[in-house]
Structures are given as C-alpha cells and as structure tokens.
Write a protein that binds this ligand. Sequence first.
Ligand code: GZL
Length: 321
Amino acid sequence: MSTLTRLAVLAVAGLSAISAAQAADLTVGFSQIGSESGWRAAETTVTKSEAEARGITLKIADAQQKQENQIKAIRSFVAQGVDAIFVAPVVATGWDTVLSEAKDAEIPVVLLDRSIETTNPDLYLTAVTSDTVHEGRVAGEWLAKTVGDRDCPIVELQGTVGSSPAINRKKGFDEVVAAHDNLKLIRSQTGDFTRAKGKEVMESFLKAEGGGKSICALYAHNDDMAVGAIQAIKEAGLKPGQDILVVSIDAVPDIFKAMMDGEANATVELTPNMAGPAFDAILAFKDKGTVPPKWIQTESKLYTQADDPAAVYKSKQGLGY
Ligand code: GZL
C-alpha cells in the first residue's frame, strides 16, 4: 500500500473514530407523535435501531397525538440539555415559541416526516420528509390512468386535520382531479390516520351514498385508514379493489396483504427511516459544522398489484410495523 493510500486510510479511520467518539457522547431527545398507524410504529422502531447503530443515546417522548405534550417534551429536553431534538410535528402550526426556546439554548432541532409553518426557518436545522404533495399527485395520476375516461366518483379519507401530510396529500390529489373532468371528489373527511376512524368514516360514506354502489374509488392519505375502510366496504357487501378501487400512501405490510387478496390496488411508499439521515445531519453539524439543506427529501415509490405484493410484504417484515 502506497504511503498516500496509507495516509488516506488513516485519515478516514481517524475521522470515523472522531465521529464515533462524538456519537458516543451524543444525546438526542425525540418528541414522537404517538402510534396512530403501522407506519408510525415502524418509524419509532427504526429510529431506535438507527441511534443504536451510531452509539447515540435516544430519549423518546410519546405525545399520544397531542401538540401540548410535544411542547412539554421539547421543554423537558431543553431543560435536560440534550445535544439535539427531533420532532415529528403532529400539526403544522404553533411551534415558534417552543422552538425559539430550543434555539436560545443552542440545541439544534430536526423535523421528522412532517413539516411546520413558520416565519422563521432558522428555528430548525433541517426537515427530513417526503414530498407529500407529490405523493398525492402520484396517487391521483395512478387513479386517472386506471379509470381512463370512465366517470369516477371518489371518496377521500384525510389524515390528521392541520397536519402537513393531510394538507399536502389533499393538495396534490386535488390537482389531478381538477385536470380530469371524469374524476369527481364527492365526499372527503378526516380519518385521523387510524384504522378505526377510517372504517367508521367509510361506513358513513357508504350509508350516505345509498350503500356505495355509485362510489368508484377511495383515496386514503394512509394505508391504515384504507385497511379500516376495506373492512367497511366488505361489510357493506361490496368488493374492495374491484367495485371500489383503493389507493393510499405509506406502503405498510398490511396493504400488500390486501393487494394479495385483490382488496387494494395501489400505495405510495413512505420510508420509516427518517432518523438515519437526521442523525447523520446532526453528527456532521456537531463534528464539522456542516449545515445541511433545509429539506432532506426521502423517496416516494408507487406500488401496485403488478409489483409482486407477496414479495414486498415479505421484505417489510421485522421493521416494527
Ligand atoms: C407522513 C406521516 C404520516 C403517515 C401516517 O409523513 O407523518 O403520519 O403517512 C402517519 O401513517 O400517521
């Protein structure tokens, strides 16, 4: 090995040793929304394993869907003097005051999987999220392509009111509906990203639509609401995936099980690993002062029944969904 190569190897080893040492004494406080969906549970599991892989101490506070609990958790992390704070913001507004307190304490904040509305983007270091408007567009475009010119009355299960994914997934889907005269959104209501609420609201849609024979498709902002709605469609004596097409977002294992049974048609994948890029950004920021981009975007991939749902279902086992 040449001297130059040897020096390069030593330099890399040295750097990784420094970052490992830095990671070892790093403590991150994570204000997690709760466990409203399979995807959220997987995000928590993956965050723990990503922290462990880096030797980072992780403190998770479960807010049980309440913003006031997230604000309390952030204040507690500031009081403990953690090195960084991760927040998955349950809703998009109301964060400036508490994030200013973190900034005053010089504790960097990273947003995971949802964004916030703020006049001061300096209140957070970066946001690791998918393009949720794009997700809505991809779902809409799949439906437009699938139904062709056929008139298609659509019902929509929205995510949590005021959350950035609910606002944006609706925006993206609405753009496609507006561009296709045969697509008609006839009912839209929040199912709060949960299976139970998704089933309950779908039951009300079916009842309000005379049993649901006129409904062509369901668009759900996440798979968990879609899985709940599939149950309601079956109990109403209709065939989900055939009488009523089902398109949703997240790509959790159970939506692939539904696809295998012909009861769901398409989903847009959302990675549960938002924390890996977030930890790397914090480590680079702490180690070398590297300021990350304001948005670290994660991939979005469409899966349909044509994409071997059984194999995808198998590949998603063991991730904590
Ligand atoms: C989207 C994320 C959403 C998931 C849901 O980025 O915030 O929250 O799509 C979860 O499953 O409840």
